[in-house]
Design a protein around this ligand. Structure first.
Ligand SMILES: Cc1cc2nc3c(=O)[nH]c(=O)nc-3n(C[C@H](O)[C@H](O)[C@H](O)COP(=O)(O)OP(=O)(O)OC[C@H]3O[C@@H](n4cnc5c(N)ncnc54)[C@H](O)[C@@H]3O)c2cc1C
Length: 450
């Protein structure tokens, strides 16, 4: 097994350095790590692309298992594909596209690993009626247990599969994943913009709408851009170039322009209106002009949204009950305006909102009890961000917010307990049974699951 020479730069941002970093190339090598705590000390944390924004990967004095080398496609069948966990969503989407096939789900963070997307919660603009987690499309997982033994979970044992999806590497290390796939399907994209007051009236209809929903919130402009996707059998295929342009404009050009602006115009009160104008122009250009049709396949080959420390921006996500989201969006706007008034800091990028459909295929699914809307606050500026994250947690506590263990810095254990309730208690019990010696448990997860 090759010890990784270069500690991924991502790790320094979300963990204290582990004593060992290993890059296995087979399940037996993973098992050898888990069986030998003397050479490979605890906690052992599996890592995909390393883009989580919490300390879920932190393994101080322990062992980090970097799965990026296990990135092969193992089998392609008519309705499923079987892969190793380290392959990125983008690589897999590109391979499937060449066969006229695609992954289910409207997720757009293409650089993450398939293992990370299956083991940790994500966000996507899911069409109504479909599950919102990438993990929901898993039909079978092969896992090395904390004691080094191997096991398989599949659809024949729904309860075990429900436990393993979104299990954050706490119940074992996944080394093989089978996912549902389908022929490429088109959707239409409808764009619109509204103010926050009008959105409050519109939001209840969006909660259960058949369209996939992605929103861009601009609190300081009192503007919300809507991007609604509807399945279509008769629209013409979307243009790859248009989706590439969108990916580049939103996740590369805009953040870079905002960072440059911060250098050239250091006075915030002068700079922020310019940032808003740039963001609004980007949204208008993309939404109002040429993005009319698309497919998962077109979207997932995007390459500019670099997660982890390669990202151009910081990110903090909370999920909120869809039933009251119209008001919550307005309260979020108030929070942003008041925080800015008080501290001089505000996010310089639009916040992104997705609707998560209710689904029970994973025990730790944030939308287990009903549809949710997520708000991801994004900023290219670090100075003042940490205080904003604290205020966000208070706002979430007051509005029924549910944290993601991989995407919500600043979430207290009380908020996790109130968000996941009995399901977290059930997960904790299973975790204790499967990992009695806490081989995979780090300090971060101990605060939620210990
Ligand atoms: C700028 C930025 C933008 C983002 N935008 C989005 C977005 O649009 N949508 C979205 O969903 N997320 C987004 N994220 C969050 C992040 O990318 C997701 O959490 C993603 O699912 C993590 O994938 P990864 O491969 O990086 O997993 P990692 O961060 O490496 O791991 C995530 C978790 O899964 C576990 N894990 C990974 N691989 C395995 C395995 N093989 N076996 C067992 N456990 C494993 C890890 O231990 C960890 O607990 C963003 C993050 C950043 C920094």
């Amino acid at each position: 097994m090759q010890a990784a020479k270069n500690l991924k730069s991502t790790l320094t941002s979300n963990s204290v350095a582990p004593a060992q970093i290993v890059r296995p190339s087979s399940p037996s090598e993973i098992a050898a790590v888990l069986r030998n705590p003397r050479i490979f000390p605890s906690p052992v944390r599996p890592m995909g692309f390393g883009s989580s924004t919490t300390r879920c990967l932190s393994a101080p004095g322990g062992t980090l298992v970097d799965l990026s080398g296990m990135n092969r496609v193992l089998r392609l069948d008519k309705d499923t594909v079987t892969v190793q966990p380290g392959i990125t969503v983008r690589e897999l989407a590109a391979m499937l596209e060449a066969e006229g096939l695609e992954l289910y789900g409207g997720f757009d963070l293409a650089n993450r690993s398939v293992g990370g997307a299956v083991c940790a919660a994500g966000l996507e603009a899911t069409i109504g009626g479909n599950p919102s987690q990438f993990a929901a499309h898993v039909t079978s997982l092969k896992v090395v247990a904390p004691d080094g033994k191997r096991f398989i979970v599949n659809e024949a044992d729904k309860a075990s599969l429900q436990l393993m999806r979104l299990s954050y590497g706490l119940l074992g290390i996944v080394y093989e994943i089978t996912l549902k796939i389908r022929p490429v399907q088109m959707f239409t994209v409808q764009s619109a913009r509204v103010g926050f007051k009008d959105f409050a009236k519109l939001a209840p209809r969006l909660s259960f709408a058949t369209s996939g929903t992605k929103l861009y919130l601009m609190p300081f402009k009192d503007r919300i851009f809507l991007e609604l996707r509807r399945p279509s059998t008769d629209c013409i295929p979307g243009r790859k170039l248009a989706w590439r342009f969108k990916d580049w404009a939103c996740y590369s050009a805009l953040p870079s322009a905002l960072r440059s602006l911060a250098k050239v115009v250091p006075i915030r009160r002068v700079r922020y209106p310019l940032s808003d104008t740039l963001s609004q122009a980007t949204q208008s250009l993309i939404g109002q002009s040429f993005l009319r049709t698309g497919s998962n396949s077109l979207e997932q080959t995007g390459r500019f949204k670099h997660p982890g420390s390669k990202a151009n921006f910081s990110n903090c996500t909370w999920a909120f009950p869809a039933t009251s989201f119209g008001n919550i969006a307005g309260t979020y706007r108030d929070l942003c305006l008041q925080h800015y008034e008080r501290t001089g800091f505000r996010c310089d990028m639009p916040a992104i909102v997705f609707r998560l459909n209710q689904d029970r295929r994973a025990l730790l699914e944030p939308a287990f009890d009903g549809p949710m809307f997520t708000i991801s606050s994004l900023s290219t500026q670090q100075d003042g961000w940490d205080d904003f994250v604290v205020d966000l947690a208070e706002f979430a506590a007051a509005n029924g917010g549910v944290p993601f263990f991989n995407q919500t810095p600043g979430a207290t254990s009380e908020l996790a307990i109130s968000g996941y309730g009995k399901r977290l208690a059930a997960f904790r019990k299973s975790r204790r049974r499967l990992d009695a010696s806490d081989r995979l448990l780090n300090h971060f997860f101990a605060s939620y699951m210990g």
